[in-house]
Design a protein around this ligand. Structure first.
Ligand SMILES: Nc1ncnc2c1ncn2[C@@H]1O[C@H](COP(=O)(O)OP(=O)(O)O)[C@@H](O)[C@H]1O
Ligand SMILES: CC(=O)N[C@@H](CCC(=O)OP(=O)(O)O)C(=O)O
Length: 300
């Protein structure tokens, strides 16, 4: 009986949060390191379907870096990262495309559909929704920087009731070009900006951003991120993630969050509870956020 009452209370507590996000678009970056056990994948799919059912519009942007690295190793193709971005040779690009646009995109799309969603899997090459050019004048090979995202095309899919599942591969304007490999965090942020999303959530394999003593940092803005990057508290794969969060909140997205994808129902815990989980990124100077700083920092 007590357990039932607890469940009802949980539901009642969630209602104001559900109302707040009703009709809003939320971009969810599903990182490779959060795509682990079949059970967790099922929970992820259940959460996405639930969001759709209560009138929230999810867009999935996925990664798959670990799977790419695994396959490259099997094929004995050397690959390296600079500040969390892979350097992509032509050979590597073929593997990246196969893994991201092929295996992972289709697996996530069919997983969602088997759970009752109307998901459609695409990459940035489809209808050239993501365009890019070489990063740092070609220093990273076929790794690109995004020059344009066709937000209205994605919004049209959403209007038709689809959940877009997007692989972070970009189109090049040149014919017979293999396209560009884009870090999935960067792609998620740029897509969130282009479609006018309310939020972008990054699911990963840590509880959030940690300080040197491994304590969770609850709330970060630009200056904090610069400081933690400079003293190397934030390193490796966390660099593109925090940079993408800052880019998002300074370009129209209300808030960005880094949360633990290994925790069951982490998306719901973040969206539908007052405290949330993980690290949130918000502009302390954002005029849209009102002037009650205390409320601002505690509210999602
Ligand atoms: N300050 C930090 N806090 C948390 N994780 C960090 C930090 N600095 C570096 N990392 C590393 O970043 C990793 C997450 O990035 P990454 O492996 O690229 O994940 P994803 O596949 O989800 O994009 C963590 O597992 C951790 O090893
Ligand atoms: C340029 C670049 O770094 N591209 C990434 C794309 C996949 C990705 O970002 O996957 P995760 O989110 O799982 O790390 C890569 O090749 O690994």
């Amino acid at each position: 009986m007590q357990k039932k009452q607890h469940k009802v209370q949980t539901l009642l507590d969630a209602i104001p949060h559900i109302k707040k996000f009703y009709g809003k678009t939320i971009v969810i970056k599903y990182g490779g390191s959060a795509q682990t056990s079949p059970e967790l994948k099922d929970k992820f799919a259940e959460d996405i379907v639930l969001l759709s059912l209560v009138g929230i519009k999810p867009v999935i942007v996925h990664g798959g870096g670990a799977r790419i690295s695994e396959l490259l190793e099997k094929l004995q193709i050397h690959s390296e990262f600079i500040d969390g971005h892979r350097v992509t040779s032509e050979e590597t690009m073929r593997v990246v495309e196969m893994v991201l646009s092929g295996e992972i995109n289709k697996n996530i799309t069919s997983l969602l559909n088997h759970h009752g969603a109307k998901a459609i899997g695409i990459s940035g090459k489809d209808s050239a929704i993501i365009k890019a050019k070489p990063k740092d004048d070609g220093k990273f090979g076929y790794t690109g920087v995004i020059t344009e995202v066709n937000g209205s095309m994605i919004n049209n899919l959403i209007k038709e009731g689809f959940i877009p599942v997007i692989a972070p591969i970009a189109d090049s304007a040149k014919p017979n070009h293999p396209g560009f490999n884009i870090n999935a965090d960067v792609a998620a942020s740029k897509i969130a900006q282009a479609i006018g999303a309310q939020k972008v959530l990054f699911l990963t394999d840590t509880i959030g951003v940690l300080d040197k003593e491994k304590n969770l940092l609850n709330s970060l803005d630009k200056e904090d991120v610069e400081k933690y990057k400079e003293n190397e508290t934030i390193a490796g794969g966390m660099i593109p993630k925090v940079d993408s969060c800052i880019d998002a909140i300074y370009n129209g997205v209300n808030k960005a969050h880094i949360i633990d994808g290994r925790v069951e129902h982490s998306i719901l815990l973040e969206l539908f509870t007052s405290d949330g989980i993980g690290t949130q990124f918000l502009r302390k100077d954002n005029p849209n956020n009102g002037i009650d700083m205390e409320k601002l920092l505690n509210e999602k």
